[in-house]
Design a protein around this ligand. Structure first.
Ligand SMILES: Nc1ncnc2c1ncn2[C@@H]1O[C@H](COP(=O)(O)OP(=O)(O)OP(=O)(O)O)[C@@H](O)[C@H]1O
Ligand SMILES: [Mg+2]
Length: 230
């Protein structure tokens, strides 16, 4: 499903190392929690999967397609399959909550009745339906985060990448959001969640991958003794 072969990523003329020779395979339907300190390479790891950035070295396969060599015109094909919850939300600040969710489906020429139905359903799931006509800057950070989650999930993508999706949420909202991810996991989506909460992998019975300074130092499917966890 997703495979990294000897992936390294350096920034700024190869002066800043973000990822260092990563080899990993994530299978269809896995629920993966990616943890690590600030600057350990988590966002870089996710960005590589949807070709937000190119690696400095190595190959990345998404559904058996090597994506670093994919011509630009074929990138939308891959992105369509991937729902991304960005760490900085990337909302459309001049559009309403409803329009933020409907926008991508409009671009994809989905039928209006379907757009309205899907948008209503996902906004209800994340508890934002009553704010559908508001602009994003009038929402709290947690509400903006839930909106960014609604946008990523509305099309039921087979791959979901979520960068600290519960970082701004209180306990109840975080749990609701995690239940939403769990539902999608049951529907066979492959999900990678970046989190600082070390309880989540156990709580939701997921695979735990831990990064330190751009290297994988722990992978729960290779070593279930937990001895390397802090
Ligand atoms: N666009 C960039 N230009 C230069 N350096 C970058 C860039 N993006 C990331 N880095 C550097 O690469 C390293 C890994 O960054 P990354 O954003 O992947 O970390 P992270 O684990 O997501 O951190 P956080 O938990 O703070 O979000 C850091 O040293 C960071 O400063
Ligand atoms: Mg990050």
């Amino acid at each position: 499903m997703i495979k990294f072969v000897n992936i390294s990523k350096w920034y700024q003329d190869n002066t800043i190392k973000a990822l260092d020779n990563i080899n990993i395979e994530i299978n269809r339907g896995e629920l993966v929690f990616l943890t690590g300190a600030s600057g350990s390479g988590k966002t870089t790891f996710l960005q590589l999967i949807y070709r937000g950035i190119y690696p400095t070295a190595g190959e990345i396969y998404v559904e058996n397609q090597e994506i670093t060599e994919l011509p630009d015109r074929k990138v939308p094909m891959i992105r369509k399959k991937i729902g991304v919850v960005f760490q900085d939300f990337k909302l459309l600040y001049k559009k309403t909550v409803f329009e933020n969710v409907a926008y991508i489906m409009k671009i994809m020429n989905e039928k209006k009745s379907m757009i309205n139905l899907k948008t209503e359903n996902i906004l209800k799931e994340v508890g934002l339906w009553y704010k559908k006509d508001y602009l994003p800057h009038t929402l709290s950070a947690g509400e903006q985060q839930r909106l960014s989650i609604a946008r990523a999930l509305v099309n039921n993508p087979p791959i979901i990448l979520a960068d600290e999706p519960t970082g701004n949420l209180d306990f109840d909202n975080a749990l609701n959001v995690m239940e939403l991810f769990k539902k999608l996991h049951y529907k066979a989506a492959t999900i990678i969640i970046v989190t600082h909460n070390l309880e989540l992998p156990k709580l939701f019975n997921g695979r735990h991958i831990k990064l330190i300074d751009g290297s994988i130092v722990y992978d729960s499917i290779k070593d279930n003794t937990n001895t390397k966890q802090e």
